[in-house]
Design a protein around this ligand. Structure first.
Ligand code: V0V
Ligand code: CO
Length: 150
């Protein structure tokens, strides 16, 4: 079951400058940043709010690491802006299977690694009224720690 907005993915040309915009304009700080080579992105997660299921809602600022990546191609065509939305679920495998049965193209056979050790998959934007849609299951909390430790 999809229980919340996990994040909104925003494509940008310059991650550092975009992070600075969100800090200076809204007071948002970076919660986590990483490079995901498989996805071809350098990303910064800005936490906006916690959620009642123990998760949280983020803005995911994305700079491409290569021009032929999903975000690189999208930026060249559209310029900066909202690239995808992501719904949070406790069970990405089950939700992806249910959604696939409804005839929506799920892009991966098995979920792949996303931000902060999460498991992610994507639904084709052409099957979702033009919105690239991601499903996310957060990594389990570390032994003796909180989800914030990821
Ligand atoms: C492409 N299209 C989009 C779109 N990207 N429509 C809405 N939103 C987007 N973000 C449209 C595009 O305008 C074309 O429409 C059509 O889809 C085919 O696009 P294309 O440019 O030819 O590109 P493709 O087909 O090579 O790739 C499109 C897909 C690709 C969606 C298949 O971007 C993909 O695999 N995305 C999933 C992975 C991803 O986005 N990773 C980056 C975020 P017309 O012109 O034919 O009408 S990584 C992330 O979120 C992480 C790590 C995380 O959350 O933890
Ligand atoms: Co994402």
């Amino acid at each position: 079951m999809l229980t919340r907005i996990d994040h909104i993915g925003i494509a940008c040309h310059d991650l550092d400058r975009t992070v600075e915009f969100y800090r200076a304009t809204y007071g948002f700080e970076v919660h986590h940043s990483e490079i995901n080579e498989e996805q071809g992105v350098r990303e910064a997660m800005i936490k906006v709010n916690d959620a009642s299921d123990g998760g949280a809602t983020y803005l995911q600022l994305l700079e491409p690491t290569r021009e032929d990546s999903a975000v690189g191609k999208w930026l060249a065509k559209n310029g900066e802006g909202v690239h995808h939305i992501a719904f949070g679920t406790a069970d990405v495998d089950a939700d992806a299977a249910d959604i696939r049965e409804k005839g929506v193209r799920v892009l991966y056979d098995e979920p792949r690694t996303g931000s902060m050790g999460s498991r992610i998959t994507f639904l084709h934007p052409k099957d979702c009224h033009g919105v690239l849609t991601e499903l996310v299951t957060a990594a389990p909390p570390a032994e003796g720690g909180s989800p914030e430790d990821h």
